[in-house]
Design a protein around this ligand. Structure first.
Ligand code: HEM
Length: 443
C-alpha cells in the first residue's frame, strides 16, 4: 500500500488548496463542520492548505494505521513553532527518530505498573480533598475546579509540589500554557512573550527542587525521583537541562487532557441517568468501602466501558500533526515530502462503518459481546498510536478510574439551569460556561 519510490505520475489526493497564501486556514479554524463537509465530498483522505502548508487530512482506521505505522519512516512530528520553543529542544514531543525512541524508553520507566501503584495512593488522597471541598462549596463551576485538581495531582506526582494550583508555580504554569498555541511574537504583552518568561521561571523552580533533593538525599515516590535514577541503554542519565524540559512536557501533556476527560465524564453521566445508575450499582456490588487496589479497579469493567465511551464521544485531543519527511504512496495517491499531515480523532470515532449510532453515548458498545472497535484496529485512538502513542495512557486511565469510582460511590450532582453546555475546544474540550453544578454527598 505504501512505497518510497513514489512515481510522480500518481495523482495527489482529492481536495482544494483554497485561497492563495491563507489557503483554507480560516474555515478550518472557524467551521466546526470543516472535516465533515470535505469528508462527504472527497472521502477519508483529502488535501487542504492550512497554516501556510499543503496538508493531508486523514480520518478513519485505515489512514490512521498508515500514519502510525510509518512514524519516523515517512513522517515526523510537527508541532507549531510556538509550541516547540515553549516545550524546549529536549522535550519528548520535539525529539525525533532514534533520539525520540531512546528517550521514550527511558521516560517510560516512570510509568511502569509498580510506579503507577505508588502514584495511586497520592491520587486517591488528593481526590478525597477535592471531593470534600466540592461538598462544602455545594454549587460551583466544575471545569476550573477540575483544572486545579489535575494540576495538583500532576505537580505532586511529577515534582513533589503540594497544592500547586494555589502556588506561584501554578500561576506560571497557566501563563506558560496560554502561549503554547499562539503566534510566536516575543513582546512583553503577547501571550508568547509572557509564556517564554514563565518557562524560564518554571525551569528555575524545577532546578531548585532537583538541587534540594540531591542535597537532602530524601526519597520521594514521584516521577522526578524515578527519572533521576533512570538510565538509557548506555547507562547514561538525563542531563539537568533535559530533565527540566521533559518534566515540563509531562506536566503539559497530562494536565489539560485529563481535565477535559473528567469534565466530559461528569457531564455525560448526569445527562445519562441510566448509565450513571448502572455504573453506581457496579460500585455498590463491589462494595463501596472496598479499598481501591489494582485488583479491585480491574473488576470495574462497566466503568472501563463508560470511560472508553467518554473519550470516544468527546476525545480530549482532537488530533495530531505530522510532517512528511519522505514522499510516499497511500491508496494510489502521492503524498509529497514537505506536506503536513493531520490525523483527526473525532471523525475517526464517529465512523458509521465502525460505530452503531455513533452520536449516542452508549458504553455497551464496548461490552465484550459488542466490542464495536475490535474488528478495525486504529478505529479507537484517543491516545494516538504507534511510536508516539501517549506515554501517560495508563497514568491517565488510573486517575480517571479512581476519580470516577470515588465520585460514584458517595456523591450526586445536578446541572444548574441556564448555562451554556455547548463545547468550546480550547485548550481542550469543555462546556462553555464551565459546567455549573450542585453537588452533595448521599452516602
Ligand atoms: C502523547 C492523549 C494524558 C503524556 C499523546 C498523544 C495523544 C495523547 C493523542 C499523541 C499525540 C500525537 O500523536 O502527536 C492523551 C489523553 C490523555 C493523556 C487523551 C488523558 C485522558 C497524558 C498523561 C501524560 C501524558 C497523564 C503524562 C503524565 C504524554 C506524552 C506524549 C503524549 C509525554 C508524547 C509521546 C511521544 O511523543 O512519544 N497523548 N494523553 N499524556 N502524552 Fe498523552
Amino acid at each position: 500500500m505504501t512505497t518510497t519510490n513514489t512515481p510522480t505520475s500518481l495523482p495527489l489526493p482529492p481536495g482544494s488548496f483554497g485561497l492563495p497564501l491563507i489557503g483554507e486556514t480560516i474555515p478550518f479554524l472557524n467551521d466546526p463542520n470543516f472535516t465533515e463537509k470535505r469528508y462527504k465530498k472527497y472521502g477519508s483522505l483529502f488535501k487542504t492548505h492550512i497554516f501556510g502548508r499543503p496538508t493531508l487530512i486523514v480520518t478513519g482506521a485505515e489512514g490512521n494505521r498508515f500514519l502510525f505505522s510509518n512514524d519516523h519512516k515517512y513522517f515526523s512530528n510537527n508541532w507549531p513553532y510556538s509550541t516547540r520553543i515553549l516545550l524546549g529542544p529536549a522535550s519528548l514531543s520535539v525529539q525525533k527518530g532514534t533520539e525520540h525512541q531512546n528517550r521514550r524508553k527511558l521516560l517510560s520507566q516512570a510509568f511502569q505498573p509498580r510506579a503507577l501503584a505508588s502514584y495511586a495512593i497520592t491520587m486517591e488522597q488528593i481526590t478525597h480533598q477535592y471531593l470534600d471541598r466540592w461538598e462544602k462549596l455545594a454549587t460551583f463551576a466544575w471545569y476550573p475546579e477540575l483544572r486545579n485538581y489535575t494540576l495538583d495531582i500532576a505537580c505532586k506526582l511529577l515534582v513533589g509540589v503540594d497544592c500547586a494550583s494555589q502556588t506561584q508555580l501554578g500561576e506560571w504554569y497557566k501563563i506558560w500554557v496560554n502561549g503554547l498555541f499562539t503566534l510566536p511574537i516575543n513582546l512583553p504583552w503577547t501571550n508568547f512573550g509572557k509564556a517564554l518568561r514563565c518557562r524560564k521561571l518554571l525551569l528555575a523552580e524545577i532546578e531548585k527542587i532537583v538541587h534540594q533533593r540531591q542535597e537532602t538525599g530524601n526519597s520521594y515516590q514521584d516521577v522526578l525521583e524515578l527519572l533521576l535514577q533512570a538510565e538509557d541503554e548506555e547507562g547514561k542519565r538525563l542531563s539537568l537541562n533535559e530533565l527540566k524540559d521533559q518534566l515540563l512536557t509531562l506536566l503539559f501533556a497530562g494536565h489539560e487532557t485529563l481535565t477535559s476527560a473528567l469534565a466530559s465524564l461528569c457531564l455525560l453521566l448526569v445527562q445519562n441517568p441510566e448509565v450513571l445508575a448502572t455504573a453506581r450499582s457496579e460500585q455498590q456490588q463491589l462494595g463501596i468501602d472496598t479499598p481501591l487496589t489494582s485488583e479491585n479497579l480491574k473488576q470495574m469493567t462497566y466503568l472501563d466501558q463508560v470511560l472508553k465511551e467518554v473519550m470516544r464521544l468527546i476525545p480530549p485531543v482532537g488530533g495530531g500533526f505530522r510532517e512528511v519527511i519522505q514522499s510516499c504512496e497511500f491508496n494510489g495517491f502521492r503524498i509529497p515530502q514537505g506536506w503536513s499531515v493531520l490525523y483527526q480523532v473525532g471523525k475517526t470515532h464517529t465512523d458509521q462503518s465502525v460505530y452503531n449510532h455513533p452520536e449516542v453515548f452508549d458504553p455497551e458498545r464496548f461490552s465484550p459481546q459488542r466490542a464495536e472497535d475490535k474488528p478495525k484496529p486504529f478505529s479507537y485512538i484517543p491516545f494516538g498510536g504507534g511510536v508516539r502513542e501517549c506515554l501517560g495512557k495508563e497514568f491517565a486511565k488510573l486517575e480517571m478510574k479512581l476519580f470516577a469510582a470515588l465520585l460514584l460511590r458517595h456523591y450526586q450532582w445536578e446541572l444548574l439551569p441556564e448555562q451554556n453546555l455547548e463545547m468550546t475546544m480550547v485548550p481542550t474540550p469543555h462546556p462553555q460556561d464551565g459546567l455549573k453544578v450542585s453537588f452533595k454527598r448521599f452516602l
